[in-house]
Design a protein around this ligand. Structure first.
Ligand SMILES: NC(=O)c1ccc[n+]([C@@H]2O[C@H](COP(=O)([O-])OP(=O)(O)OC[C@H]3O[C@@H](n4cnc5c(N)ncnc54)[C@H](O)[C@@H]3O)[C@@H](O)[C@H]2O)c1
Length: 393
């Protein structure tokens, strides 16, 4: 099995292409939550001449200070809870914040920041429950600020290619999609229990990596509305003190702390008569739960699965179709690129602020992603299919 942390760390390689940037006005940026993924955010912000990193907040005393020291940012003001930082907004004059907290505080940090008049780049998943997502969207609308959700794989050239293929019409009308993926032994605990404890993670594999698979296919087909969902979740691996993916000296502790799903599956009906069949695993006794397939009336697309650490795709694509009576298989090679999608995620957010443009990864789409995640959890808890209802905001 590949080393998960090494693969995750690829997101910290930020050798993106140089871009002409107007630095006459600097955007004042703060970071909420200075843990693991905040490293990637600050490394990207540091590259841009129109950004000044002025503040950071973390609940753990001294963590924000250590973070700025490590990244050699001088003069950034440090706070504890995000509310302390936002209370100082009159002095800080923040234009933007990155919300890099664990899932359970995504909603409160985002809503409070929007209410303080600050543009927000919010890490994925959007939040934990659909209700939180709706509150986030209300705050976004009232504030008129830019809120973009941190789905960087969307900017990967191969993901763009998947969308281009579907949108070209070569597959005809889409009627069935299977997606998801997983890891054999990959419950994330590189820095402790923030992903696996209910109080911090809230949802497990479902939100952590499930959201990426959903974004890949939903973005490709134009984000139709989810109508119903029948979901299943389990936690057989995470709660076991024998789970071989945990460090030997931490097995008891992590098994006790585990309060989320390590496997989830869902059968979702989407607007337009499309069926979405989804499964995602942080741990399983299997190599893969299957490739992503998009079936259409004129062609079918196979997207090889990966161990799914970071939302990328696993190899060359294949389109299955017919020319006359002949069965045809067309291989579409993976594109290689030196564009780091994390750069594009941050830059496109900053550009949207400067240009008054819409959010690059808008909540109007991601609320459907969130509705499916939350719907799977709710349906699994209730033991039956549920209808998804999303009010107009
Ligand atoms: N886009 C990606 O590639 C990617 C990769 C990894 C993680 N993530 C996402 O980033 C988020 C954070 O992950 P992480 O690995 O950095 O977690 P982490 O536990 O290392 O860091 C989170 C930090 O947030 C702080 N925090 C929580 N609530 C706070 C509040 N109200 N005010 C101030 N600080 C607060 C915590 O003290 C902690 O230090 C998760 O939601 C995860 O899904 C995204």
């Amino acid at each position: 099995m590949a080393d998960g942390k090494a693969i995750l760390d690829e997101f910290k390689n930020t050798n993106g292409p140089a871009k002409e940037i107007d630095s006459s006005k600097k955007l004042r940026v703060g970071i909420i939550g200075t843990g693991w993924i905040a490293d990637a955010h600050i490394q990207v912000y540091k590259k841009f001449p129109d950004v000044e990193i002025v503040a950071g907040a973390d609940l753990v005393p001294g963590k924000a200070e250590a973070f700025f020291k490590k990244h050699e940012i001088e003069g950034a003001k440090c706070y504890g809870e995000h509310t302390e930082m936002l209370a100082d907004q009159a002095n800080l004059k923040l234009d933007a914040v990155s919300v890099c907290t664990y899932n359970m505080t995504h909603a409160v940090c985002t809503i409070d920041s929007l209410k303080a008049g600050i543009n927000v780049l919010l890490e994925k998943p959007m939040c934990v429950t659909l209700e939180e997502g709706i509150e986030i969207m209300k705050a976004e609308k009232e504030s008129g600020k830019v809120l973009s959700i941190g789905f960087q794989p969307r900017f990967d050239p191969n993901m763009i290619m998947v969308k281009d293929i579907v949108q070209s019409g070569v597959l005809g009308d889409i009627y069935y999609i299977q997606t998801g993926g997983g890891r054999r032994r990959g419950i994330p605990t590189p820095f402790g229990t923030s992903f696996i404890a209910k109080e911090t993670g809230g949802i497990g594999a479902l939100g952590d990596i499930g959201c990426y698979s959903l974004d890949m296919v939903l973005n490709a087909i134009g984000y139709p509305k989810p109508l119903t969902v029948s979901g299943y979740t389990s936690d057989f691996f995470g709660t076991s003190p024998d789970y071989s993916g945990y460090r030997k000296d931490k097995r008891e502790e992590y098994a006790k702390a585990f309060g989320v799903d390590d496997f989830a599956a869902g059968f979702v009906r989407l607007e337009g008569g499309i069926i979405l069949d989804f499964r995602i695993a942080w741990a399983m006794n299997l190599d893969t739960p299957g490739d992503t397939i998009i079936m259409g009336t004129k062609g079918g697309l196979r997207i090889p699965s990966t161990e799914c650490w970071n939302g990328t795709i696993g190899g060359d694509l294949t389109i299955y179709s017919n020319i006359g009576d002949e069965k045809v298989e067309t291989k579409i090679p993976m594109k290689k690129s030196d564009v780091w999608c994390f750069d594009v995620k941050v830059r496109s957010f900053l550009d949207a602020i400067k240009e008054g443009a819409p959010a690059p990864v808008p909540t109007s789409q991601i609320i459907y992603n969130q509705a499916i995640l939350s719907g799977i959890k709710k349906s699994a808890d209730l033991g039956r299919e549920i209808e998804i209802e999303i009010p107009e905001i």
